[in-house]
Design a protein around this ligand. Structure first.
Ligand SMILES: [Zn+2]
Length: 165
């Protein structure tokens, strides 16, 4: 009986001791973990130091890319115009059928006359398209050579109506 009680009590005492020890070990582990990230940060700093010359050159070249603020503004406006699906449809249709009237253009791209007219006005103000008067009609075509090139980049195709270039 007495030996059994001792046997029962000693494992429980050992278990309590074990419970205390892992807590101390965990506390040590936490303090150890706080040190490790610091050494990791140090190694990242070391990596940054070794590539600083290349990064300085990248920074310099990146700054030089933005020297012409007015050009960037113009292109942002142009891309904004091309970013509208209806305007892009109109430009693709104009590219293939230069000299088309608003009514025929609207029918071709599936827009109302008013919507097509509104889109053409925005494009004309930006200098992307131009209209030639032909009696009571206005005949529309693309006036911007760079926009014309971009249309080719997105798959614009020619027709017999399109001038050779
Ligand atoms: Zn073309």
């Amino acid at each position: 009986m007495g030996s059994k009680l001792n046997d029962d009590s000693s494992p429980s005492a050992a278990a309590r001791g074990c419970d205390d020890e892992p807590m101390n070990a965990a506390a040590d582990g936490v303090s150890g973990r706080t040190v490790r990230p610091r050494s990791d940060v140090g190694s990242h700093d070391a990596d940054a130091m070794t590539s600083s010359d290349d990064d300085d050159q990248r920074s310099e070249q990146a700054r030089r890319a933005l020297t012409s603020a007015s050009e960037i503004q113009v292109w942002a406006i142009r891309f904004g115009l091309l970013g509208d699906e209806n305007r892009l449809k109109i430009l693709l249709a104009l590219h293939r059928a230069p000299g088309i009237t608003v009514g025929d253009l609207a029918a071709a791209v599936g827009m109302s006359d008013n919507a097509a007219s509104h889109a053409l006005s925005a494009l004309r103000v930006a200098g992307v398209v131009a209209a030639d008067r032909d009696g009571r009609y206005r005949r529309w075509s693309i006036a911007d050579r760079e926009i014309h090139d971009i249309l080719h980049a997105v798959g614009a195709s020619h027709s017999v109506l399109h001038p050779q270039h």
